[in-house]
Design a protein around this ligand. Structure first.
Ligand SMILES: [Zn+2]
Ligand SMILES: [Zn+2]
Length: 312
């Protein structure tokens, strides 16, 4: 199930926010939902200019999503508060707290790389979408079309990411490019796009661009899709497996074991047999949506696994 639906918890939360906005609309007898009002304000602010809405809109949406999620997880890491959150660490007693110099290095490097290459990639994607026939600004797609498009986009992106990531693990490329991303064996949120510019372009930006162009998504869908991508990628590197959110166990295993789990979802690894090590690990048992306040370590303790004779 995780192979196909890994990012669904994020979309569940988007759907919940949308449902609350519908309730607010009903209570106050408004003609439009909050979602529609935001879109109306945004199109008005950009004078209905599709280029501005696409490039500046995605830049704004992705920055807001990244900065807020990285800030929350970094607060957990540096403050070591709230105390109960410690039990959700994927690798307990690591980065408690993280090395501040390494954190600042990753933050500065990621910010410069992120902004420098995102804008040209968005311009490329915009013209690609124009070529494919970009959907009109109105009507705004309904929530189900948005979520299904985002879900399809995720899987297209994952194919591109898998190909790029596996290629970057080739011995001739690894030490020059991908080694930077693997400086963190036990990851923290800020490490999410801490990678060489070539990796950032081929592993993150181009798959995202082709995903949006292939599904010919609406600009508003592109906003949601990029926000969901940034949030789920940051969760994957956060080092915390929190209840009711995506499980980060799958990608965490890649950082720990190195030559397994190249894809974000797991489907491509399953097809090409690059998840054999993971299949026998405790990470696999813990790799699920937590639907109670019990941590993955409480539900699947190491000791219990050792008795079962499985690899750790
Ligand atoms: Zn890697
Ligand atoms: Zn990673």
């Amino acid at each position: 199930m995780q192979k196909l639906f890994r990012t669904v918890p994020i979309y569940f939360w988007f759907f919940t926010i949308w449902s609350i906005s519908k309730v607010i609309q009903f209570i106050f007898n408004e003609e439009q939902t909050v979602w529609e009002l935001i879109w109306k304000k945004s199109t008005g602010f950009c004078d209905n200019d599709e280029f501005k809405l696409f490039v500046y809109g995605i830049l704004f949406a992705s920055s807001i999503a990244s900065v807020s999620v990285v800030s929350i997880y970094s607060y957990f890491d540096f403050s070591q508060k709230p105390a109960f959150i410690r039990k959700y660490k994927v690798n307990p007693h690591t980065n408690e707290p993280p090395d501040f110099r390494q954190f600042m290095k990753a933050l500065m490097y990621s910010s410069i790389t992120g902004i420098t290459f995102l804008v040209p990639n968005l311009i490329f994607t915009y013209y690609g979408l124009q070529w494919r026939g970009m959907p009109a600004l109105y009507p705004l797609p309904d929530i189900f079309t948005v979520l299904i498009s985002c879900f399809m986009n995720d899987h297209i992106v994952d194919i591109g990411t898998y190909i790029a990531h596996r290629t970057l693990h080739h011995k001739l490329l690894y030490k020059h490019i991908h080694k930077k991303h693997h400086e963190y064996k036990s990851t923290i949120a800020v490490a999410v796009i801490y990678s060489h510019p070539i990796e950032h372009i081929f592993s993150h930006l181009l798959p995202l661009a082709f995903g949006m162009i292939i599904i010919r998504c609406h600009i508003a869908t592109a906003w949601i899709s990029i926000m969901a991508f940034m949030i789920s990628s940051t969760i994957n590197h956060s080092g915390y497996h929190l209840p009711f959110l995506n499980s980060p166990e799958y990608h965490d295993f890649h950082h720990v074991k190195f030559d397994s789990n190249y894809s974000g979802f797991g489907l491509m690894d399953w097809i090409f047999g690059t998840d054999k090590l993971y299949k026998n690990s405790i990470h696999r048992q813990r790799d699920r949506l937590l639907v109670s306040l019990k941590s993955a370590h409480e539900l699947y303790p190491k000791e219990k696994n050792e008795k079962n004779g499985k690899m750790l």
